[in-house]
Write a protein that binds this ligand. Structure first.
Ligand SMILES: CC(C)(COP(=O)(O)OP(=O)(O)OC[C@H]1O[C@@H](n2cnc3c(N)ncnc32)[C@H](O)[C@@H]1OP(=O)(O)O)[C@@H](O)C(=O)NCCC(=O)NCCS
Length: 209
């Protein structure tokens, strides 16, 4: 497949009644069902907004990747110590003691089966990070967070895109997720991972302020 550029060769859409993605197939049944059926009601209930890119060959634009984002927050007490210090360093004076930092959560994300392994996932993540670090973003947003499927492909994808584990050990993450649960989990289906947008913003040439 020739190098496909999400920004130059594809079109971004927000999911709506008239722009559905019934044919989207990222190889994961739960995710496919979410994007095809559940994403729109979630959007109407203001739980998450879904977007997708199409490649516009011929009369039928083909959806090649899709994602859902929601507002979220990262509690300072949950951050690893080193990150706690780094995060507070850039906040001036007495106001540095926030209980949590603003974040955006990637609720769902997938690349169409036919387009995997070509850097589309990487381009998509670069796009999402840029969207929320951008000066045009309407609210402050310091972190991108995700509950990554606890399997090699998904964790490897987020690690390649420079996400870190919020909890270094399975035990500490299990203790955290079990805190509010009556029926305790013994294994993790997902791992909480995060990406700090500040270094990205500082290293960019874009005039942010
Ligand atoms: C995880 C997922 C989003 C990755 O999407 P992707 O488009 O294949 O991601 P990338 O192309 O950026 O990276 C995947 C692989 O392609 C390789 N690659 C990247 N650019 C490439 C290029 N131009 N040419 C060839 N290979 C390339 C990467 O090195 C990587 O290889 P590796 O797996 O051997 O390390 C996709 O597999 C998917 O949708 N999975 C199902 C749903 C899921 O797990 N979602 C995430 C959890 S919510």
């Amino acid at each position: 497949m020739p190098n496909l550029s999400l920004l130059h060769d594809c079109t971004l859409h927000q999911l709506s009644e008239t722009t559905r993605i019934d044919l989207f197939d990222c190889g994961d049944d739960d995710l496919n069902e979410f994007f095809r059926i559940d994403a729109l009601p979630h959007q109407k209930a203001l739980i998450g907004k879904s977007y997708y890119f199409t490649i516009d060959e011929g009369n039928n634009p083909t959806p090649i990747c899709a994602f859902t984002v929601s507002n979220d927050a990262l509690r300072v007490v949950d951050l690893p110590n080193a990150r706690k210090k780094k995060a507070a360093k850039n906040i001036p004076g007495a106001k540095r003691h926030y209980p949590s930092y603003p974040a955006v959560k990637i609720g769902r994300l997938g690349v169409h089966e036919n387009y995997k392994g070509n850097g589309i996932g990487w381009q998509l993540m670069t796009f999402i990070k840029g969207w929320f670090a951008d000066a045009e973003n309407k609210t402050g947003c310091r972190f991108v967070v995700v509950d990554a499927y606890n399997n090699g492909v998904s964790i490897g994808y987020y690690e390649r895109n420079e996400f870190k584990f919020l909890f270094h050990t399975i035990e500490s993450e299990l203790a955290y997720v079990n805190k509010a649960r009556e029926k305790k989990k013994t294994t993790l289906d997902t791992r909480i991972m995060y990406f700090d947008l500040l270094p990205l913003k500082s290293s960019s040439n874009q005039p942010y302020d």
